[in-house]
Design a protein around this ligand. Structure first.
Ligand SMILES: N[C@@H](CCC[C@H](N)C(=O)O)C(=O)O
Length: 282
């Protein structure tokens, strides 16, 4: 009897990884430079399972790049792909800075070429210009992105992934699991959406909580923080430079002419290896 290769099963027998986080937004990082991509939707979902795998908000797979220091692909813990992940980009940029000794790293992601820089003990990344065309966010209908026709009057912003930003008077009043899950799947968002709730404290400070597409409630979301400063600034609620408190800590955001810059901490937690017995079950 022949043992045909199972295309849904990972052919890898051991897989090394790093666990990192940025403000508690946690990541598994796999280095696939110099080889074929190793991550499949099933493998991402299995690793992302906090009981059966190690769990993560996003998995970032580093790939060899022809036009940047590295290419970077992102996966949510439900096995779906994400076009952008700001905090994982900062974490991987720090790894690359430590590896190469450089203070500036170029990273190619699905949304384009991103530049990351060392900022003292923290890392800054330019997440690119916000996308404000309805069909590019994307939305399902030609509506005003600054005032979506949904209860709560959210703003839609694309940062390489879709975001719906709601402004609220009191962040403690929101039912994040219920509202987040409902809005993520609203038909106005053909690719689902990330959902941010923001309480503006002053022209330079915002408190934000997030429901991430494909991951649920997380302690921080870098692209969501970028979308929030853009939405607040478009509405005239804040300046273009703000400090933002998320559940996991503080980020600095600045919407400049060349893109939305985000600065914050990164933490390397541990290095590990997925065993063959785990990989065989995927
Ligand atoms: N945590 C991320 C955003 C991750 C992607 C998101 N869940 C999506 O599906 O778009 C960040 O730091 O930006």
């Amino acid at each position: 009897m022949h043992n045909e290769p199972n295309p849904t099963r990972s052919p890898i027998s051991k897989l090394s990884f790093l666990k990192m986080h940025g403000l508690g937004n946690d990541f598994v990082i796999i280095d696939s430079r110099g080889r074929d991509a190793q991550i499949t939707p099933a493998l991402a979902k299995a690793i992302g399972d906090r009981n059966r795998g190690v769990g993560f908000d996003q998995l970032a797979e580093i790939r060899t790049s022809e036009s940047a220091d590295i290419d970077l692909d992102f996966w949510n813990n439900d096995g779906s792909r994400a076009g952008a992940c700001g905090n994982a980009t900062r974490c991987v940029a720090r790894l690359m800075m430590d590896e190469t000794g450089k203070d500036t790293i170029l990273i190619r992601t699905e949304r384009g070429l991103l530049q990351a820089e060392r900022a003292g003990t923290e890392v800054s990344v330019n997440m690119g210009l916000p996308i404000l065309e309805w069909d590019q966010v994307p939305l399902a209908a030609n509506v005003d992105v600054e005032h979506l026709p949904l209860a709560g009057d959210p703003v839609a912003v694309g940062m390489g992934n879709p975001h719906a930003v709601f402004f609220v008077n009191d962040i403690t009043d929101i039912d994040l699991p219920t509202q987040g899950a409902t809005i993520e799947h609203d038909p106005l968002f053909p690719e689902r959406t990330n959902v941010e709730f923001a309480e503006v404290r002053s022209r330079s400070e915002i408190r934000m909580r997030v429901w991430e597409r494909g991951a649920g409630i997380t302690l921080a979301c870098g692209s969501g923080a970028c979308a929030t400063v853009v939405a607040a600034s478009l509405r005239g609620l804040t300046d273009k430079s703000v400090r933002m408190e998320v559940d996991g800590g503080w980020l600095a955001l600045e919407w400049r002419d060349d893109g939305v810059w985000m600065t914050g901490p990164t933490t390397l937690v541990f290095a590990g290896e997925f065993d063959a017995t785990f990989l065989e079950q995927v």
